[in-house]
Design a protein around this ligand. Structure first.
Ligand code: NAD
Length: 274
């Protein structure tokens, strides 16, 4: 017996889809049978990403979108419905971050991160959910790409920490309100993934080995997460296989947030309890 693809004929919007996790999620959704709408502020790169999916036999369109502009988000929903007739899934993935001490963050920097990572995710959730509630058959699934920063903070990332924690709050409220309408909404929180972020981390280290030694002491899985692994989890949350999930924060972090502190690099004396 052959199972139907998990997202057969579902219409799914993915933001930040030009590269990194968003691009992998768009590919994964298309490979699972979805018609995908790729949104990104980088018009040329997102068009290339959609063309690559279409070239491989998938159904994909790109809509140049700056998610921090509400009129762009409205246009994204309208373009999706006029092309495909409905919206079954949304992945709020577009995100930005920067490193600066809390004592030095400016209002402009705070607004930039909050606008893209939190405000955009809230309003696109609202616009898409309105369609999901009104369409027939009603319902759909929304995935917020959050972060391990929803569990604890990292020095130098206060606005990002605030935005990602904020995503948890509004997602729980929306999950409660929208459950009776058949709209499920969950968070997917990655640990350290192999995207441009990792290249920046390595570039800042004295050597790649020093960088690896440090990070492996923080990550029990002792490796990077591949974008395709996040895509698999997003496809699951968008699909009926996750029909019992709403309001959840799924951690795809190889144990990073389960670790309180790493073990000492030397053998500690056995503690007998005597
Ligand atoms: N890479 C990681 O290790 C990691 C870990 C945890 C969470 N995340 C989250 O995953 C998401 C994707 O991360 P990534 O590593 O793929 O990032 P990335 O920088 O490689 O890609 C982000 C994409 O978002 C787009 N984007 C940024 N601002 C936008 C805007 N205003 N409008 C439209 N598009 C915009 C960019 O053009 C880019 O294509 C982010 O929300 C990030 O916070 C990443």
């Amino acid at each position: 017996m052959t199972a139907a693809p998990l997202l057969a004929s579902r219409v799914v919007i993915i933001t930040g889809a030009a590269r990194g996790l968003g691009r992998a999620i768009a590919l994964g959704c298309a490979a699972s049978g979805a018609k995908v709408v790729l949104a990104d502020r980088d018009a040329a790169e997102v068009e290339a990403a959609a063309a690559a999916i279409a070239g491989a036999g998938g159904e994909a369109v790109s809509v140049p979108t700056d998610v921090s502009r509400l009129e762009d988000l409205e246009r994204l929903c309208t373009a999706t419905v006029s092309r495909f007739g409905r919206i079954d899934g949304l992945v709020n993935n577009a995100g930005v971050n920067f490193v600066k001490p809390v004592l030095e963050v400016t209002e402009e920097e705070w607004d930039r991160v909050i606008d893209v990572d939190l405000k955009a995710a809230f309003f696109l959730t609202q616009f898409v959910a309105r369609r999901m509630v009104a369409q027939r058959p009603a319902g759909g699934a929304i995935v917020q790409i959050a972060s391990v920063h929803t569990i604890a903070a990292v020095a130098g990332a206060a606005p990002y920490d605030a935005a990602k924690h904020g995503m948890v709050g509004f997602t729980k409220a929306a999950a409660v309100e929208l459950a009776p309408h058949g709209v499920r909404i969950n968070l997917l929180s990655p640990g350290l993934c192999r995207t441009a972020i990792w290249q920046h981390v390595v570039a800042a280290a004295p050597s790649e080995q020093a960088c690896l030694d440090y990070w492996w002491s923080q990550i029990p899985g002792r490796r990077l997460i591949e974008p395709e692994e996040i895509a698999d989890a997003a496809v699951f949350l968008l699909s009926d296989a996750a029909r019992a999930f709403t309001g959840a924060n799924l951690l795809a972090d190889l144990g990073m947030t389960s670790l309180l502190v790493g073990r000492e690099p030397y053998a500690s004396r056995p503690i007998t309890g005597a």
